[in-house]
Design a binder for this molecule. Structure first.
Ligand code: FAD
Ligand code: UDP
Length: 379
C-alpha cells in the first residue's frame, strides 16, 4: 500500500521544517524527505570530541529585524543574545573589521584620530559612482581604493572565484561601514543564537509538525512510492529541471574542523575573535571559533576553517547561489519554469536561487504557508 500525504517536502532545512510545522499544526499530513543523514540543512550544528558545539557548514549567526520571525522561532527555542565580532588578518596585522573608526586609527597609526578625520578621509577617497553596477564599484564608492584593496578585493575574489566586478553590488554591501567605534559585524536589532544550538530547534519544529521524516533519501527515489497532493521543493532549482537550460553557477566550500586541546588554546581560545577574515593569499577565507559566543566553559576549543572552491554538480554541496549578471538571466528562465509547474512550490535559498539569510528564509516559509492555505481553501 502506498503511503498517502497532503504534502511531500523536499529538504529538512529551515524552509522545509518551518513549512512542515505550520502545515502539521493545521492538520495536514506531511512527508519530509532529506538526502543528508541529518536535519537542519546548512544550519546543522553538533558537538566535537570535546563536547563543544560547532557549526558543521560554516558559521550561522542568527540576526533579524523581523518581529514575526523572532516570535515564531521563540516557540521552539530560547535564545542567547550575542554580539558577533570579527577581525580581518592581513599584512601581518589583526584589523578591526568591518571598517570603523578603529580601522582608520590602525591605518593611520594614530590612536587619537577622530570620527571627523575619518569622514574627511572617506570623502576624499570615495570614487564618485552614483549607481554602482557591481561589488567593486559599490566598495570604491563607499570607501575608496585603499580600503577596497586591503579588505574586499582579495577576499571577494577568493570567496567567489570571480572578481568583485562580476558580482552584484549587494554582495559586498552586506558588510556595514561605520565611521564611529561600533565594530559589530551586523546591524540587525536582534542578534542571538539558539540557546542550546540549532539542532534542538529543528528537532522541536519536527516534533511539533508530526511529519514523517526520511533521511538519507533523494526525493526522486521516494516519489514513485507515495501519493500526495502537493510538492514543496527546497533543493536547487536547476536540479529539479535536470539542468535543462544548463547548470546554474554555485560556489562550494570545504570545511576543516580543528578540535583543539588545552595545550593548543592558551586561555581556552585559539584566536582573538569569533571570526577572522583572511583577505590575503591564504587559501582559506575565514576561521570561526564559535566558543566566543556560545558561553561554553572549557579549556578546549574548536576552529572551523573555510576553503572556497569551484562547484561541480553531484560532487559538491551548492552552498552559495552567485548573485551576478551571468547567473541572473539563467535563474530567471528556471523561475519561469517553476511558475508553470503544477502542484509544486519552490521555496528557500536554493529553490529561489537567492543569497538569503536564515531569517529571510523563515519569513519566506511563513509567507508560503499562508499562500498554500489560502489556495487550498479556495480564497
Ligand atoms: P538548506 O538549509 O540548504 O536546506 C535544503 C535542504 O534540501 C538540504 O538539507 C539539502 O540536503 C536538501 N536537498 C537538496 N536536494 C535534495 C534532494 N534531491 N532530495 C532530498 N533532499 C534534498 N544565514 C544567516 O542568517 N546567518 C549566517 O551567519 C549564515 N551563514 C551561512 C554560512 C554558510 C557557509 C552558508 C552556506 C549559509 C549561511 N547562511 C547564513 C544562510 C543559511 O544557511 C540559509 O539561509 C538557510 O540554510 C537556508 O535554508 P533552506 O531550508 O532554504 O536551505
Ligand atoms: N567580504 C569581503 N571581505 C571581508 C568580508 C566580506 O570582501 O572581510 C565580502 C565578500 O564578497 C563576501 C561578502 O562581502 O562574500 C559578504 O560577506 P559575509 O561575511 O556576509 O559572507 P557570508 O557570511 O554570507 O559568507
Amino acid at each position: 500500500m502506498r503511503e498517502t500525504y497532503d504534502y511531500v517536502i523536499v529538504g529538512a532545512g529551515f524552509s522545509g521544517l518551518v513549512l512542515a510545522e505550520r502545515l502539521g499544526a493545521t492538520g495536514h499530513r506531511c512527508l519530509v524527505v532529506e538526502k543528508r543523514d541529518h536535519i537542519g540543512g546548512n544550519c546543522h550544528d553538533r558537538r566535537d570530541k570535546n563536547g563543544l558545539l560547532y557549526h558543521v557548514y560554516g558559521p550561522h549567526y542568527f540576526r533579524t529585524n523581523a518581529e514575526l520571525v523572532r516570535t515564531y522561532l521563540s516557540r521552539f527555542t530560547a535564545w542567547r543574545e550575542v554580539e558577533y565580532r570579527v577581525q580581518a588578518f592581513t599584512r601581518g596585522t589583526y584589523w578591526s573589521f568591518p571598517v570603523n573608526l578603529n580601522t582608520y586609527r590602525q591605518l593611520t597609526r594614530n590612536p587619537h584620530a577622530t570620527e571627523d578625520e575619518f569622514k574627511a578621509y572617506l570623502e576624499n577617497r570615495k570614487v564618485p559612482i552614483t549607481e554602482p553596477a557591481n561589488s567593486k564599484e559599490a566598495m570604491l564608492a563607499a570607501v575608496g581604493e585603499e580600503l577596497y584593496e586591503l579588505f574586499y578585493s582579495g577576499y571577494t575574489a577568493k570567496q567567489w572565484g570571480r572578481p568583485a566586478e562580476a558580482l552584484d553590488a549587494s554582495v559586498c554591501r552586506r558588510i556595514p561601514i561605520r565611521t564611529g567605534l561600533d565594530d559589530r559585524y551586523f546591524q540587525e536589532t536582534f542578534q542571538a543564537l539558539p540557546l542550546h544550538g540549532y539542532t534542538p530547534l529543528f528537532e522541536n519544529l519536527l516534533t511539533t509538525s508530526r511529519a514523517t521524516l526520511r533521511l538519507s533519501t533523494d526525493y526522486r527515489e521516494m516519489l514513485p512510492h507515495v501519493n500526495y497532493r502537493h510538492l514543496i521543493y527546497t533543493g536547487p532549482i536547476d536540479e529539479y529541471f535536470d539542468c535543462r537550460h544548463g547548470a546554474l553557477p554555485y560556489r562550494t566550500l570545504r570545511f576543516q574542523l580543528e578540535e583543539l586541546g588545552a595545550e593548543q588554546a592558551p586561555g581556552g581560545f585559539a584566536q582573538p575573535a569569533l571570526q577572522i577574515n583572511y583577505p590575503g593569499a591564504e587559501p582559506f577565507t575565514r576561521t570561526v571559533e564559535v566558543k566566543h559566543v556560545t558561553g561554553e566553559v572549557s579549556a578546549c576549543t574548536n576552529l572551523m576553517r573555510e576553503f572556497p572552491s569551484e562547484y561541480q554538480p553531484g560532487k559538491h554541496e551548492p552552498y552559495y547561489p552567485i548573485p551576478g549578471a551571468e547567473s541572473q538571466a539563467l535563474a530567471l528562465r528556471y523561475r519561469e519554469l517553476a511558475d508553470r509547474e503544477p502542484n509544486v512550490t519552490f521555496v528557500g535559498r536554493l529553490a529561489q536561487y537567492r543569497y538569503l539569510n536564515m531569517d529571510q528564509v523563515v519569513a519566506g516559509a511563513l509567507h508560503t504557508f499562508e499562500t498554500l492555505i489560502a489556495r487550498s481553501s479556495g480564497k
